[in-house]
Design a binder for this molecule. Structure first.
Ligand SMILES: Cc1ncc(C[n+]2csc(CCOP(=O)(O)OP(=O)(O)O)c2C)c(N)n1
Length: 662
């Protein structure tokens, strides 16, 4: 039987379907999501939760004229399926395929790209202001999650909203989950709001009212009746309040939408985000409003797939899985641990011996490995919500009181807290430890998630110490070393599996600013090459050295360990001794470690040829695996060998010269 999904070649086709047909379409979309993502991995839970909402949006509004701005945009897969991309949907998150986030270059229906949380309200408000200025009348619809509402930027936008525009549709997609369970006062407030029994009663009345009208007339009647009838239209998503309403800290009782109303937004809801007719009617009404409104929509993360409902955190973003069981492919026995787990477990050990240490995450307990600390020592663990700036300044505050906070944030998300690193931590020279996970590629997520800029953005800030371990044992050493510093320290390490080396029972205290000579010159052979492989690139440096050695080169391999302060003596020594120096980093070349080495050589008067291997000065696309991107951009042992031979005037493989390195 042919599917409605196959008939929807563009969003206009959604408008021709009846509600029963749209309901069937929703089932087909869920099936498509569950089966494709079982192969490709991706944001299963968030997308299953917004199927009806997205269908209703396309039924009522007309993109690309009207604008949908998705917060994070990890939940935009359904939107992709309905906007002419279903034939390519099976390629999502793979090399050359659809991106896993909204992307302006991918479709005119993606009016705003994202990958980081909290940007949608500001971006949508900017669009509304632009629309009002130019006098056009398209609708701007912003869809943001309950956890995105914990982000500071969201509040900055709300503060600015009512006096900027009169026409703005905000949809609060409330599923009570961030990646983990949403935490903090906002989550608490929303919970109180959706469990107010007064609203539940109004909902029943309101639905009865809606059912009285034939289709098509609903929107007009709604426009008149909405003022009284809409508030609190709640359906079977239901009352979810658990436990006592009055909390130990004295807060409690039922919530009211006063917060949104005081911000100048008309509040509608909460409504069942899986009730298509209700969603359509509500959005039809929203279209007629001449004041900003927020529609509070209750959805279930993972709706329609038991495995995802049972494990919302795992299925927020998941690798390939078995559809029948929901099981992901287990790691082979004996495979190396994940860097994030090494970090989490090491922190627990360190915390057990040092009472001043605490762990801080910005809504990423699993991704950063801090869940180990949460479990082992909950009183030493803080989840501050999706609030990187707050996390860093909060850590700075604790540091002024004698604590030694460990802030675990992905390299890419830490970009948001740059001023806080600069102004609050480094300027005051506070001993905050930063563990930067995903420093390097996040291949299937792509440019919003690659952590390729942190060396450059940190290297210019005074007072800080920055390190990159070559393996998991050295990560533990670096964390231990960081706990002995009275300055800000930063440790960058990559996503995924570590190297598989044994981790010492007692980590070592490293000398700050001292590199490690992994392999010295042998004294055999005339062509001397010094390879400085930073972090995980040390493995590539060693492979390249092995290959070069078979061809008669005399190679030294150095593990720089520190990008700030650089080990002047070791760099100078090998810079003078070698005919060619190679720097290798999993970071952009512009302003990175290799650039720092060039500056150092200039300052100490070393004039050796330097080959810099790293990422070029462009945003790197997504791909199925990191290796594909490394091959394409030349971050491989083969390319390193070719580049070295080129320096000696020997034939280089032309194909590997694709990438411009200094
Ligand atoms: C600045 C930033 N920090 C952290 C993340 C990681 N992250 C991606 S989605 C997400 C949770 C979003 O929750 P919510 O907004 O409620 O949407 P839902 O997934 O529940 O639909 C987080 C923390 C991010 N994308 N951006």
């Amino acid at each position: 039987m042919s599917r409605y999904l196959d008939m929807v070649a563009e969003p206009a086709h959604v408008k021709n379907l009846t509600v029963p047909q749209l309901t069937q379409l929703a089932d087909e979309i869920r099936h498509e999501l569950i089966t494709v993502l079982a192969r490709n991995g991706g944001h299963v839970g968030p997308n299953l939760g917004v199927v009806e909402l997205t269908i209703a949006l396309h039924r009522v509004f007309t993109t690309p004229r009207d604008k949908f701005v998705w917060d994070v945009s990890h939940q935009a897969y359904v939107h992709k399926l309905l906007t002419g991309r279903k034939d390519r949907f099976s390629t999502i998150r793979t090399t050359g395929g659809l991106n896993g986030f909204a992307l302006r270059s991918e479709s005119p229906h993606d009016c705003y790209g994202a990958g980081h949380a909290g940007t949608a309200l500001s971006a949508a408000l900017g669009m509304a202001a632009a629309r009002d200025k130019r006098g056009s009348d398209e609708h701007i619809v912003c869809i943001f999650g309950d956890a995105a509402l914990t982000n500071g930027i969201s509040f900055e936008a709300l503060n600015n909203l009512a006096h900027t525009t009169k026409r703005f549709i905000a949809i609060l997609n409330d599923n009570e989950w961030s990646i983990a369970k949403n935490v903090g006062a906002v989550a608490h407030y929303l919970n109180k709001l959706i469990t107010n029994p007064r609203y539940n009663k109004l909902a029943t009345d309101f639905q009865n009212f809606l059912r009285r009208f034939p289709k098509g007339e609903v929107a007009i009647k709604l426009a008149r009746k909405a003022e009284e009838g809409f508030k609190g239209a709640i359906t079977e998503v239901g009352l979810r309040q658990t436990g006592s309403l009055v909390e130990a800290d004295g807060r409690g009782g039922y919530g009211s939408p006063v917060f949104f109303e005081e911000m100048g937004l008309r509040y509608l809801g909460p409504i069942d985000g899986h009730d298509l007719p209700l969603l359509i009617s509500t959005l039809e009404f929203a279209k007629t409003c001449s004041h900003p409104i927020v529609i509070h929509v209750l959805t279930q993360k993972g709706k329609g797939y038991d495995a995802a409902i049972k494990s919302p955190e795992k299925f927020h973003g998941v690798g390939p899985y078995d559809v029948a069981t929901g099981n992901t492919v287990p790691a082979k026995p004996g495979s190396p641990p994940m860097y994030q787990d090494v970090m989490g477990q090491t922190l627990v050990k360190l915390c057990q011996k040092d009472n001043t240490l605490v762990g801080i995450t910005a809504a990423m307990p699993s991704g950063t490995g801090l869940k180990h600390l949460e479990k082992a020592m909950p009183d030493r663990y803080h989840d501050v919500g999706i609030a990187e700036e707050h996390a860093v300044i909060f850590a700075a505050g604790m540091a002024t009181m004698g604590f030694h906070p460990v802030v675990a944030i992905y390299s890419t998300f830490l970009q948001r807290a740059y001023d806080c690193i600069h102004h609050d931590v480094c300027l005051q020279d506070l001993p905050v430890i930063f563990c930067m996970d995903r420093a390097g590629l996040s291949a299937n997520d792509g440019p919003t998630h690659h952590g390729l800029f942190d060396i450059a953005y940190l290297r210019c800030v005074p007072n800080l110490i920055a390190m990159a371990p070559k393996d998991e044992d050295e990560l533990a050493d670096m964390m231990f070393t960081a706990t002995h510093q009275r300055h800000p320290t930063f440790i960058r390490y990559p996503r995924g599996a570590a190297e598989g080396v044994p981790i010492k029972e007692q980590p070592a205290l490293l000398e700050v600013g001292k590199a490690q000579v992994v392999r010295n010159f042998s004294g055999q052979g005339k062509r001397k090459v010094a390879l400085f492989g930073l972090g995980p690139m040390n493995t590539i440096a060693r492979k390249a050295a092995d290959q070069l050695a078979t061809e008669g080169f005399d190679c030294a391999v150095i593990n720089p360990r520190f990008t700030k302060p650089l080990d002047v003596g070791t760099h100078e020594f090998f810079g003078k001794a070698a005919d060619v120096v190679v720097t290798l980093e999993d970071h952009v070349i512009m302003g990175g470690y290799g650039a720092a080495v060039l500056e150092l050589f200039n300052d100490v008067g070393v004039s050796v040829s330097v080959v810099r291997i790293g990422w070029p000065d462009q945003f790197i696309e997504h791909a199925t695996t990191p290796d594909e991107l490394r091959r394409k951009y030349g971050l491989t042992a083969e390319n390193t060998v070719a580049r070295v031979k080129e320096q000696f005037g020997e034939a280089a493989a032309a194909a590997t010269r694709l990438v411009e390195v200094a």
